[in-house]
Design a protein around this ligand. Structure first.
Ligand SMILES: [Zn+2]
Length: 296
């Protein structure tokens, strides 16, 4: 814990009174030095829910950009990585990248929709109309996306760490028709798979589980090295791709979709003082659903 001077909103920024901030695997990658060149010292946290409590010059409230590829910007600067984030009582944000939260959620319940939900949603869109969908790693993101996929009448197959009976039960409770270990083959071929766990070994495993023409989407920002594998696993027009960040368009769409489903987030609440504890629970894979810091 540290006392810092309150941030001042600059041009085009809003000052946000932070109410809640969800905890993400990326926060852990940053703490562990797995992502290069973070701003240091740094306030973590990029899933910030709060109230606008100040407006800087030339801030005109949430205009939406045009670029369909803004998520691939080479000069991008990320909240909670290169810009101080929301593991704090206050933060400033470029208002062009702020989203209005759907009103039917509490601050704590809505926070995991911001990264876990949004990145998961973009990954899900990359699977097009795949009916049999595999989710590798059933954490914050998968627990949200399983609900969206079921609502879209897809069939969900969940993969967890070997022996994680509780995680498999959690997946079944959210509509997965099969749940097993990521070392197992599903009972039938899949049309697509999304890998949420940062484990490179899952790439050949997922490719082996998808049918010809199937797509495997890597949804994490960081992954351990992918072991070499036989070309046979990719043959048959299987596609392997990643998802990087998201566009504001994705954000607008998903914030409209989530209350329609309606997506219900399962959260474990921590106080701001317990941020390190929340990260340790995430590291140990002990969370079913998402960790959220209650701040406001
Ligand atoms: Zn994240």
């Amino acid at each position: 814990m540290a006392e810092l001077p309150g941030p001042e909103p600059g041009a085009g920024q809003v000052l946000v009174n932070v109410q809640a901030c969800a905890v993400c695997r990326t926060d852990l990658h940053i703490v562990d030095g797995e992502l290069p060149d973070p701003k240091l010292p740094l306030v973590l946290g990029h899933q910030i829910v709060g109230l606008v409590s100040g407006v800087g010059e030339r801030a005109s409230r949430f205009s939406v950009g045009e670029s369909g590829r803004e998520n691939l910007c080479d000069q991008a600067r990320f909240t909670g990585f290169q810009i101080d984030g929301g593991f704090a009582e206050a933060a400033v944000a470029d208002e062009r990248f702020c989203l209005r939260m759907p009103e039917s959620y509490s601050d704590l319940q809505v926070a995991p929709l911001l990264c876990a939900g949004l990145i998961g949603y973009r990954a899900l869109m990359m699977t097009a109309d795949a009916e049999r969908l595999g989710l590798y790693g059933f954490g914050a993101s998968a627990h949200i996306i399983a609900q969206v996929a079921r609502w879209q009448a897809r069939r969900v197959f969940a993969f967890t760490r070997a022996g994680d009976e509780e995680g498999q039960q959690f997946a079944r409770s959210l509509g997965a028709e099969w749940a097993g270990s990521s070392t197992e083959r599903p009972p039938e071929e899949l049309d697509a798979a999304i890998i949420f766990a940062p484990v490179g070994e899952l790439v050949p495993a997922a490719l082996a589980a998808v049918a010809k023409g199937g797509v495997v989407v890597c949804a994490g920002i960081h992954m351990s090295d992918i072991p070499s594998f036989s070309y046979e696993l990719l043959w048959g027009e299987r596609v392997l791709r990643s998802v990087a960040n998201l566009t504001r368009q994705d954000g607008e769409e998903f914030m409209q979709l989530a209350p329609e489903v309606p997506v219900r987030t399962q959260i474990r609440e921590f106080r701001l003082e317990e941020a390190n504890e929340a990260l340790e629970h995430l590291r140990a894979g002990e969370l079913h659903g998402a960790a959220v810091l209650k701040i406001g």
